[in-house]
Design a protein. Sequence first.
Length: 202
Amino acid sequence: MEEGPEILHLDRHVVVVAKRAGLMVEPDRLGHPNVQELLEEELQCNLWVVHRLDRPTSGLLVLAKNKFACTGLMRQFEERTVKKRYTFKTTIELPADPWNWVDQLEKQPEHFRSVVVEAPAGKRAALSGHRLDAFRAAVEPQTGRYHQIRIQASHRGFPILGDTFYGGQAWDAPGIALHSGHLAFQHPKTGELHAFEVPAPF
């Protein structure tokens, strides 16, 4: 049986987990193992997905255990009050100065990818970041576009290690070197700030 994600926090309203690279977040038509179904089986309850991570990305996820929590969490994601920070690794040396990347992205669902386009086409995608060392960066997206970090990093000449789909160099580890390592939100019932950290595995 497929091993489920690591549970970091569990209460009556929410569950926070660390997803490994290669595991989908929710069911697809092909029946791939996924976070939602594995947790529902383990916890014996229904869960609501309120945000997603790409299949090859690892890191933190929060899921709702009831409709009340789902509504409260989704509102925070829509209002951009949830704090998310990612780490990625590339094979090209990163700039020393912090950066703000702003692009217009267009989703191409038939090809399962995003592309950078010229305005007014596409939708605005923005993120800020700084380097942790020569080849690793911490980034905080201000928008939540499809494959946003992956395409913006590749477009700037810093494709993510393992992300051959966007020009990255192949590696032996599962997934890609993109990790959601910080997640902070207000508990939908108590209003208390909940913050979680999981170090990147690379």
